[in-house]
Design a protein around this ligand. Structure first.
Ligand SMILES: NC(=O)c1ccc[n+]([C@@H]2O[C@H](COP(=O)([O-])OP(=O)(O)OC[C@H]3O[C@@H](n4cnc5c(N)ncnc54)[C@H](OP(=O)(O)O)[C@@H]3O)[C@@H](O)[C@H]2O)c1
Length: 378
């Protein structure tokens, strides 16, 4: 069973000092050695370090032994002065400001679009390579939108040490998860139309949304009125259309990100994409049903083989035991899981496939993807 081959990057603790918990322990409970700390490594800044993605940046840096000579931990005024322990070293969280990027080589941004818009260009002007997790610059011409397994060539011109600052955008988490599975098939048979339906976890809306789902679940079970602060409606034991703003065409922003970002990443303005994005009461990891229509025929057995050999993808497609990808099974994992690989019976011949995809959107959908981008720039 391929799923068993997964590396589990379970992150049960945070790097933030809280209630005396010993946060210098890694996730397997062992004390960490400062593997990534290297004199000749780049200097890093993590913007939004206290958030769901920011914390995951630290886990991924550590897991991948990403080389660094220093890290500046940045967040808002609310967190400034708090302590954080990472790889045996104590850091003080600093408030982000215009002077935060002096001497920084790579800045990993995950503090929201308005912060990226304000401080991203400031960092770039100081020679920094900014890898931005927000949607602020994704569709801007000249800003590479990168999934390393899909279109690394789009950032060939950006290298650390060139002395020039640059901005690279990390795609939307649903787009990354979808395209990790769809691209290997697209390369073989060219996707001409894609219909995506998402089942998105609380973690996609940040640390506070995860806390709200947990709190609401307790409240509902105790017969209390659920607290609705992050979302306007009850989330526990419910599901609803994604909370992104609804646009004049009836799609919400999350859905249109899937449409527009796919075209940019595949460099194919003609590919037809439609999406319906739904929030489900799952703590972590998104699921997506993806229907594909191809220009050339592709049968399900060939598709399964193509996906089995695709980088960053694992196939879980066990019809006999009804075992297919689940959010729980991919949580804290690097690979995106694909299953339910089947011929679309509504299309003649071998021109259509249905697949079901699950991926940890804080990890591959955000932090891991961003750090893979940083590795490409080294
Ligand atoms: N969650 C995901 O799966 C995911 C996936 C892809 C992309 N993203 C994007 O990543 C970004 C962060 O998402 P998240 O889920 O990590 O959110 P989050 O858990 O709410 O964390 C937000 C972070 O931003 C910081 N921040 C807020 N206001 C700030 C300010 N004025 N100056 C400096 N730092 C500030 C917060 O610091 P304090 O703790 O000090 O407030 C916190 O570290 C968003 O743009 C989101 O769209 C998220």
């Amino acid at each position: 069973m391929q799923a068993a081959a997964y590396h589990n990057h379970r992150t049960s603790s945070t790097f933030l000092a809280r209630g005396g918990r010993n946060s210098s322990k890694n996730r397997s409970g062992n004390f960490t050695v400062r593997m990534g700390l290297k004199e000749d490594g780049p200097s890093l800044a993590v913007v939004g370090v206290t958030g769901a993605v920011g914390q995951e940046f630290l886990h991924v840096l550590s897991d991948r032994d990403f080389p660094y000579r220093s890290i500046r931990m940045l967040a808002s005024k609310r967190s400034a002065g708090n302590h954080l322990t990472f790889e045996d070293k104590e850091y003080i969280i600093e408030e982000l400001n215009e002077d935060s990027f002096g001497g920084i080589d790579i800045a990993l941004f995950s503090a929201g679009g308005s912060i990226s818009k304000k401080f991203g260009p400031v960092a770039v002007s100081q020679g920094c390579i900014v890898i931005d997790n927000s949607s602020a610059f994704r569709m801007e011409e000249g800003v590479p939108l990168i999934i390393p397994e899909v279109n690394p060539q789009a950032m060939d011109h950006i290298k650390l040490g060139s002395g020039k600052g640059a901005l690279i955008a990390n795609p939307n988490c649903s787009t990354i998860i979808c395209l990790m599975a769809a691209t290997p098939l697209h390369r073989h048979a060219k996707v001409i139309r894609m219909v995506v339906s998402t089942y998105q976890a609380a973690s996609g809306a940040g640390a506070a949304a995860m806390e709200e789902l947990e709190l609401q679940t307790r409240e509902v079970l105790e017969g209390k009125e659920p607290t609705c602060k992050i979302f306007k409606q009850q989330y526990a034991f419910n599901l609803f259309s994604h909370n992104a703003p609804v646009l004049s065409n009836g799609y919400n922003e999350e859905e249109m990100k899937l449409v527009k970002e796919t075209r940019k990443i595949w460099n194919d303005m003609n590919v037809k994409v439609t999406a319906t994005c739904i929030r489900v009461p799952v703590m972590r990891a998104h699921a997506e049903s993806v229907n594909l229509q191809f220009e050339k025929p592709l049968d399900e057995d060939s598709a399964r083989e193509i996906l089995r050999s695709a980088a960053g993808v694992v196939v879980i497609d066990e019809r006999d035991s009804n075992h297919f990808p689940t959010p729980l099974e991919v949580s804290n994992k690097d690979d995106v899981a694909v299953g339910r690989i089947r011929q679309d019976v509504s299309q003649d011949g071998y021109y259509g496939l249905d697949i079901f995809v699950c991926g940890d959107q804080i990890r591959k959908g955000a932090a891991l993807n961003a750090i893979q981008i940083a590795e490409l720039a080294l």
